[in-house]
Design a protein around this ligand. Structure first.
Ligand code: SF4
Ligand code: SF4
Length: 56
């Protein structure tokens, strides 16, 4: 399981620094999660202002 950032992401960058395994990076118009590295901790979702990171 991994989290995925939906296209409702507003590109604020708040989640990137919160990820304990540094698997979030700026992508093309929204931030993206490397699903092979994500440990499903939910830290990104807890800081996101628009609930863009969702458990898959
Ligand atoms: Fe990183 Fe945790 Fe979010 Fe996965 S769920 S991207 S490990 S902060
Ligand atoms: Fe996008 Fe939410 Fe991350 Fe901000 S915190 S970059 S809105 S996913």
């Amino acid at each position: 399981m991994a989290y995925k950032i939906l296209d409702t992401c507003v590109n604020c960058g708040a989640c990137e620094a919160e990820c304990p395994v540094s698997c979030i990076s700026a992508g093309d118009g929204l931030y993206v999660i490397d699903e092979s590295t994500c440990i499903d901790c939910g830290a990104c979702a807890s800081v996101c202002p628009v609930e863009a990171p969702q458990a898959q």
